[in-house]
Write a protein that binds this ligand. Structure first.
Ligand code: ADP
Ligand code: MG
Length: 732
């Protein structure tokens, strides 16, 4: 390696002073192989301690730092709160330390250790005492230590590399910073956005003199992370729009009124607004890429069908795709209801259709004889060739890239609408879905009954069951839903704000409900034996002991798809009064007469999922009741239940959800093909996210290929971070 290579960010870490071949692996284990990795290995904490003074210089009520030897420790078990005490000394005197609730310190502090203490001492019983001071263990066997080396950055360490060792190596690299770290922006930009330059930001994040430097460094580096992410989205959007043109689907008054005649009701103002946005998109040659969000039951199917009929009127084909066969089937049924007697040729294609029949269907699609094709995403993408696909409607599958479009149609891009019932909080709309246009249906169609939600505790259970009996007597229907039983772990998890994706198996139930790719793909296969057992057992109890006079049926994920269809059909027609199920009914079942939803062990469900479940009811004119059966005093479970009883607003609920769970689980950058965020947090840094987004989209407007000389560094960094995912390479 020649020396010119040692001065750029790709320089292998072994060329940094203090690393050498033997340490190289230890750094690699922490994810660092280049100089850039090293510089972006950010401290997890900073310790700012003023220089220590001697004990005899301490004054009551004046903040100070002292360095001393622990002479004695003591636990007071009997006092409330339990306290941990220590006496420390230097050659000038002694002082007292007290930590309330500090029992845990008995494993960290012991006589003979040197510690540095920071806080404000007070007089107590004629002695100076620090209460709950900050401390660092300087040395466990009381040799003299230079206190200067204690302050500063603290790094996530490993067994082979201590924070101190990492700090030293980074310190060596920092000397070369100004030469090797490129600045992305010009001076005006920095000034306008109140950002410090990047080399200085890196210097200060690793070695700040004070809190202010740290804050400025953090702001600049967070901005960069968010900016690069938004730039990726802006470019992805640009690419979508310029990949290949779409067929314009124009809407005339005649077409519009012909389509509206299909609906047995007036469209709501919200539906009209969204249709206006959609028809504007579809009329252009830029392929539409729009997310339509609206709570369950808000009337999205109508929008999808409107767009589909518009595409058909323009002599193009439409693919309507759902994540699962059950859902595809549901869509087909509801579309059929509206299209009775219409000339539009439509079909449902499932895995069950095989042999000759399948061949025939596929050839009709290829010849353009079929107008609307409903199926699962996997199926449609895999083996269907269209003659002239004008529009793709996708349900609950949030990502549909340029490549997938290209697969469906070679010469042109189809327009694309994505439907989601999972309300997307603003933060996510700007990040994970930041390259899509978003339309929102806020208000459900009129004439619906209220949905009342109650948390039912064990002592109210039998009263609740009697209440249900009355509703059943009035010919209403009820759902009983059971959670995954291994979701037990769910409520014992304490969600960390900004935490990482939780790995527990028990989180799966909750993960299903998150608005990310594949969110609903695997419902059927996820159902475990445990669920099944619980549901089977409950079905038995309900049908034999509790509601023997009613028809109680069981629906679960391991049933054959024909069997499931049959049961759902009888429920829809009212032959079944009570449907006991595992979470498979979460999406797609539209039965206005079902006005009761019981969720058993509701504390084991996440907010988003509870809200989805509740969306199954409240579709008719009479009032509906969502009864959350739960026996819990877990704090987050209780707050979920309280939010549910208080609010019916999906957006409010999803914002709460995001706060309760942190963005980690809902938003994993990597999953969306974006670089990970190390410092920034999309919830806490929302303002900065806004700023970075504006800056990034503005830049792409001015220089969509980033080929202007002043954007050279940004371009290079972007390619480094995204690889070819961003498609920057092909636009150039
Ligand atoms: P989503 O797909 O958003 O869950 P749907 O489109 O299935 O909602 O609509 C839910 C119910 O509301 C359906 O029964 C549908 O017939 C009805 N609906 C939709 N739009 C209207 C409207 N404008 N007026 C009255 N009822 C409507
Ligand atoms: Mg729907």
């Amino acid at each position: 390696m020649d020396s010119s290579n040692k001065n750029n960010l790709d320089t292998p870490i072994q060329f940094v002073k203090g690393v050498g071949p033997s340490r190289e692996k230890a750094f690699a284990d922490l994810g660092m192989t280049t100089l850039n990795d090293l510089l972006e290995y950010f401290p997890r904490d900073h310790v700012f301690m003023p220089s220590p003074v001697k004990m005899d210089q301490l004054r009551p009520d004046e903040p100070a730092t002292v360095l001393g030897l622990i002479e004695q420790t003591d636990i007071n078990q009997f006092r409330r709160p339990k306290t941990f005490k220590a006496v420390i000394a230097d050659d000038s005197g002694t002082c007292m330390l007290v930590w309330f609730n500090g029992i845990y310190l008995k494993n960290q502090l012991a006589p003979g250790m040197s510690v540095m203490i920071s806080g404000t001492p007070k007089m107590y019983k004629h002695r100076l005492q620090f209460t709950n001071p900050k401390f660092i263990v300087v040395n466990e066997n009381h040799t003299d230590v230079d206190p200067d080396i204690l302050a500063g950055a603290v790094y996530p360490a490993s067994s082979k590399l201590s924070s101190r060792q990492i700090k030293n190596v980074i310190g060596n690299a920092l000397d070369r910073l100004p030469k090797i770290v490129p600045e992305y922006y010009d001076t005006n930009f920095l000034k306008k956005n109140e950002l410090i330059d990047r080399p200085r930001a890196l210097q200060w994040i690793h070695d700040p003199k004070d809190e202010d430097q740290l804050a400025q460094a953090t702001r600049r580096l967070k901005h960069d992370e968010l900016f690069l992410m938004q730039l990726g989205l802006a470019l992805r959007r640009y690419k979508h729009r310029h990949f290949s043109p779409a067929t314009p689907l124009t809407c005339t008054d005649a077409i519009d009124s012909r389509i509206r005649k299909r609906f047995p009701f007036m469209l709501t103002p919200d539906q009209d607004d969204v249709i206006k946005e959609v028809t504007e998109d579809l009329a252009g040659t830029v392929p539409a890429n729009r997310l339509i969000q609206g709570d369950v039951g808000s009337g999205k199917t109508v929008i999808a069908l409107y767009a589909a009929l518009l595409a058909v009127a323009n002599k193009t084909q439409v693919a309507i795709m759902a994540p699962t066969e059950i859902l595809a089937n549901q869509h087909f049924i509801s579309i059929e209801r509206y299209l009775k007697g219409a000339k539009v040729k439509r079909t449902l294609i499932t895995g069950g259709i095989t042999g000759k029949k399948r061949k025939e269907l596929l050839s009709q699609i290829k010849n353009g004889e079929l107008d609307i094709v409903v199926g699962t995403i996997a199926l449609v993408q895999k083996d269907i060739e269209f003659k002239n696909l004008g529009l793709v409607v996708i349900d609950e599958q949030h990502k549909f890239g340029v490549h997938q479009r290209a697969k469906l149609r070679k010469d042109h891009s189809p327009h694309c609408l994505v439907m989601t019932a999972t309300p997307i909080p603003r933060t996510l709309a700007m990040t994970a879905f930041g390259d899509l246009d978003v339309s929102t249906i806020k208000n459900a169609p009129p004439g619906r009954g209220k949905v009342v939600t109650r948390w039912v505790q064990p002592h109210d259970r039998s009263a609740a069951l009697e209440f249900i009996r009355k509703r059943l007597k009035a010919k209403k229907q009820a759902f009983f839903v059971y959670p995954r039983i291994d979701a037990e772990a769910y409520e014992t998890q304490t969600p960390k704000p900004g935490g990482s994706p939780l790995q527990s198996k028990g989180m799966d139930a909750n993960k299903n409900a998150s608005p990310k790719a594949n969110s609903t793909t695997n419902h059927e296969s996820r159902v475990t034996n445990h669920d099944l057992k619980a549901a089977i057992q409950e079905h038995k109890i309900l049908s034999e002991n509790i509601f023997p006079e009613y028809n109680v049926a069981l629906l679960h994920g391991q049933m054959k798809s024909d069997e499931k269809k049959k049961i759902m059909k009888s429920f829809r027609s009212g032959k079944i009064d009570v449907l006991v199920s595992t979470v498979v009914i979460e999406v797609g079942l539209d039965v206005p007469n079902a006005t009761i939803m019981v969720v058993e062990n509701a504390n084991h469900f996440g907010l988003a999922q509870l809200h989805q479940l509740r969306g199954r009811i409240g579709r008719g004119q009479s009032n509906s009741y969502c009864l959350l059966f739960a026996d819990t005093d877990n704090e987050t479970a209780v707050s979920r239940l309280e939010i549910m009883t208080r609010s019916n607003d999906g957006f409010e609920i999803s914002e709460h959800d995001l706060k309760l769970r942190g963005p980690g689980e809902l938003f994993s950058a990597r999953q969306h093909g974006l670089p990970d965020l190390k410092l920034a947090n999309i919830i806490e840094d929302f303002d900065l996210l806004n700023l970075a987004r504006r800056n990034a989209f503005e830049l792409v407007k001015q220089d969509p290929t980033l080929n202007q000389p002043q954007n050279k560094n940004i371009r290079k960094t972007l390619i480094q971070k995204f690889g070819d995912k961003i498609g920057l390479v092909d636009i150039a």
